[in-house]
Design a protein around this ligand. Structure first.
Ligand code: CP
Ligand code: NVA
Length: 308
């Protein structure tokens, strides 16, 4: 059974294979209408459950469209509307769903839910974001960087802001794809030490630099994310904004990186907060390619899970 739960727990060569496969599939359907089927229909006859315990635009639509392009069918389920939200155990839910569907993608809060689901399911389970990680996003990010600038290996990526779930998966990717990562943000919001340790153990240089301008010197890619994630309390908003304001990605900060540095954001973004519109809509930004590549990268992830 091949689950896609995290980047650091997936074999390096398999990750590389998925990125390359995603690129091939993207090229193969260039210029076609979005609803047109791929030439290959590897998911014909397959049913995929997409479970959301948190809101989503990109993950929901890109998985749904991706499955359909590959000939499969989807059902989008809201955690609240399922018995899952009313006390049925994760394990029982996983065993029941395994009798109806061929694969499960879940976006949830605590990552233990994802792991219990994977443990009990007889079908592959994909992590569509937890409070702690967001691996599908970072597969799309690696694909996007390489599409624009070639191999990411050995490059300097700077994460500016909150050391959150998306940052965690970026650290996992640093170890697996061999790039260096500099985190710049307030000490209270540092990424988990365990994840920094994993990336270092895998041979990446991970640096923590409180001064955003120093951090971006020599950067090939600058990445930002929201300052208040879905799992953060709204009451912490003002405190977080006050801590994070010095880490806003604006034109001045971009100018301190390499001249050809790219900007990425998983979206949804809060314009003029973690990033300015000038950067989001400027020449360094590849945010909409990044959003599109969720579709292609996840198609490769799903095929890998099903061995297709
Ligand atoms: N980047 C991302 O996962 O977006 P959604 O929350 O809209 O799915
Ligand atoms: N860090 C954000 C990412 C959203 C895609 C969150 O968890 O809300």
């Amino acid at each position: 059974m091949k689950h896609f739960l995290d980047i650091h727990t997936t074999d390096q060569s398999e990750l590389r294979g998925m990125i390359d496969h995603a690129r091939t599939m993207k090229d193969a359907r260039a210029g076609r209408p979005k609803g047109e089927a791929d030439d290959e229909q590897p998911l014909a006859g397959r049913m995929v459950a997409l479970i959301f315990e948190k809101p989503s635009t990109r993950t929901r639509v890109s998985f749904d469209v991706g499955v359909r392009q590959m000939g499969g069918q989807t059902m989008v389920l809201s955690g609240n509307d399922m018995q899952l939200g009313h006390g049925e155990t994760i394990s029982d839910t996983a065993r029941v769903l395994s009798r109806y569907v061929d694969m499960i993608m879940i976006r949830t809060f605590d990552e233990s839910v994802l792991h219990e689901m994977a443990e009990a399911a007889d079908v592959p389970v994909i992590n569509g974001l937890t409070d702690r990680t967001h691996p599908c996003q970072i597969m799309a990010d690696v694909m996007t960087y390489e599409e624009h600038r070639g191999p990411i290996k050995g490059k300097k990526v700077v994460w500016a802001g909150d050391g959150n779930n998306v940052c965690a998966s970026m650290l996992h990717a640093a170890g697996q794809f061999g790039f260096d990562l500099t985190f710049t943000g307030p000490a209270q919001l540092d990424p988990e030490a365990e994840f920094i340790g994993l990336a270092r153990k895998a041979g990446s240089t991970v640096t923590v630099e409180r001064d955003a301008f120093k951090a971006v010197e020599g950067a090939d890619l600058i990445v930002a994310d929201t300052w208040v994630s879905m799992h953060d309390s709204q009451s912490s908003k003002e405190r977080r904004h006050n801590m994070l304001r010095p880490y806003q990605v604006n034109e001045r900060l971009m100018a301190a990186a390499k001249p050809d540095a790219l900007f990425m954001h998983c979206l949804p973004a809060h314009r003029e907060e973690e990033v300015t519109s000038a950067v989001m809509d400027g020449p360094a930004s590849v945010i909409f390619d990044e959003a599109e590549n969720r579709l292609h990268a996840q198609k490769a992830v799903m095929r890998w899970c099903l061995g297709l």
